[in-house]
Design a protein around this ligand. Structure first.
Ligand code: MN
Ligand code: MN
Length: 285
């Protein structure tokens, strides 16, 4: 089963520990949320749903994630009162130094900025596919430049992305439209979505998946219920058909406090499985 340790004890307990090719890292952080707390509880809820007896460990492509030897769980980050941005960036940097692909679980969307920063240090400017109801492009939100409403403004200002493609977006304010134009963000708004759209990227590619991209009818366990989103199926298909060299992904904004039936946890666990499956492919198609 899983080992629940933070990274430091892991290194000190077993200096010969070999991380496999893909590492899972839980990020229990929700202090940059503007409306509700809760996404800090997401990592263990997703793990519990992944292990639920109500489903098996197979991806839709037929990979048995229970048997796989090429991914492992690095546990959850521990912040210990340190600057969370630094803790996140340094931890991702340490995993990337071992040439692993990384899938992070949990947290509010603010975590994507330090995660992407570490990825860009290794790979240079990334292609980013950002799936979300929100653009998260605010220069500042309620006085906080590192709010979960701002990560993609920081990423674009620091030129960490060669392309930022956003899908699922259905909440753009005038300010965010201006920010998108300023940064050259490619936005496919939800109102313009059709199922024939597919994504192809050249070079290292990162997927940032905010669960509120999916309609709250399917995913009630999020802080910001924004009607008119994707079906679960549409997001699985986007992930499965994505062409490009996927090197990392995050799964953010799952809020277990709004998920009494556990349906969103099971959806998050299935997205986890399909993202992991896609990370196991070096290229796709
Ligand atoms: Mn978001
Ligand atoms: Mn969102």
């Amino acid at each position: 089963m899983f080992r629940f340790y933070n990274l430091e004890p892991c290194y000190s307990i077993n200096p010969h520990f070999q991380f496999p090719m893909i590492s899972i890292l839980g990020i229990p952080f929700d202090a940059a949320s503007s409306f509700l707390r809760g996404p800090a509880q997401a990592p263990n809820k997703i793990r519990a749903a992944f292990h639920s007896d109500s489903a098996n460990y197979f991806t839709e492509r037929g990979i048995d994630l229970k048997e796989s030897e090429i991914w492992s769980d690095a546990g959850d980050l521990a912040f210990n009162g340190e600057n969370p941005l630094s803790v996140i960036e340094n931890s991702i940097h340490n995993l990337l130094a071992q040439d692993h692909r990384i899938l992070t679980l949990g947290g509010d969307h603010s975590i994507s900025y330090p995660v992407v920063k570490a990825f860009a240090k290794k790979y240079g400017r990334l292609n980013i596919l950002h799936i979300d109801a929100h653009g998260d492009l605010y220069d500042s939100f309620e006085g906080d430049k590192y709010s979960h409403a701002c990560p993609f403004a920081r990423i674009m200002e620091e030129e960490l992305a060669v392309r930022l493609v956003q899908v699922g977006i259905r909440t753009l304010s005038t300010h965010q439209r201006e920010q998108a134009a300023r940064f050259g963000v490619e936005i496919i708004e939800m109102k313009d979505w059709n199922s024939a759209i597919q994504f192809q990227f050249h070079g290292p590619t990162y997927v940032s998946l905010d669960l509120d991209a999916i309609d709250p009818a399917f995913a009630p366990g999020v802080s910001h219920h924004e009607p008119g989103g994707f079906t679960s199926r549409e997001v699985f298909t986007i992930i499965q058909k994505l062409k490009g060299n996927l090197v990392g992904a995050d799964l953010v904004e799952f809020n277990p406090t709004r998920d009494p039936s556990g349906i969103t946890a099971m959806l998050a666990a299935k997205l986890f499985k399909e993202l992991l499956d896609r990370l196991l492919l070096s290229e796709n198609g």
